[in-house]
Design a protein around this ligand. Structure first.
Ligand code: ZN
Length: 152
C-alpha cells in the first residue's frame, strides 16, 4: 500500500471526528508501515497479521486498548486452568470477550480454543439464551463436556 493510498483510507473515516484523533491514527499507521519495512512486507500484510487494520486503529483511538494486558491474560488463564472452557484443548488458547469487546476485566473474559471461540461468537449471534447459559456455567468453573446437554 502506498502512502497516498493510505491517506485515501484515512479520508474514508467519519468526517465529524476530531482532527487530533486523525493525527493519532496516522501515527499508528506510520508505525505499522515502519514495522512492515523492517520485515520487508507491505502495510496491508502487517495490518492483516497484527489486526492493525484501519478499523482496528480507529477503534483503538476511540476506546483505548483493543486487547487485554499481559497480567489479566495470566490471571484469566490461571483461573481457567489453562484449558478451553468448552473442551479439553490446551494449545493456542484465546480469551473470549463475553459482553463488551472493550471490557478487559477477568469477569468479561473466558479462556477458549480457536474453534470454540468461533463457536461462541456464532452462538452469541444466533442464540442469546444458550450463549448466556454456557457462559454462566463456564464462569462458574464447570467443565463443559457436552455442549448440547449444557444448553438444555
Ligand atoms: Zn475448545
Amino acid at each position: 500500500m502506498t502512502f497516498s493510498e493510505l491517506i485515501a483510507t484515512w479520508d474514508t473515516f467519519p468526517p465529524d471526528q476530531p482532527v487530533a484523533d486523525r493525527d493519532k491514527y496516522i501515527e499508528l499507521a506510520v508505525r505499522c508501515i515502519k514495522a512492515g519495512r523492517r520485515e520487508g512486507i507491505s502495510f496491508a500484510k502487517v495490518g492483516e497479521r497484527m489486526g492493525h487494520t484501519p478499523a482496528w486503529a480507529w477503534q483503538r483511538l476511540s476506546y483505548g486498548n483493543s486487547r487485554p494486558g499481559k497480567q489479566i491474560r495470566r490471571d484469566v488463564l490461571g483461573r481457567d486452568r489453562h484449558q478451553c472452557a468448552l473442551g479439553e484443548e490446551i494449545d493456542n488458547l484465546h480469551l473470549h470477550h463475553i459482553k463488551s469487546s472493550r471490557n478487559h476485566s477477568a469477569g468479561n473474559l473466558l479462556t477458549v480454543c480457536p474453534r470454540h471461540h468461533k463457536y461462541l461468537h456464532k452462538l452469541k449471534r444466533d442464540d442469546q439464551s444458550s450463549y448466556k447459559k454456557i457462559v454462566a456455567l463456564a464462569l462458574n468453573g464447570e467443565q463443559i463436556v457436552n455442549l448440547r446437554a449444557a444448553m438444555r
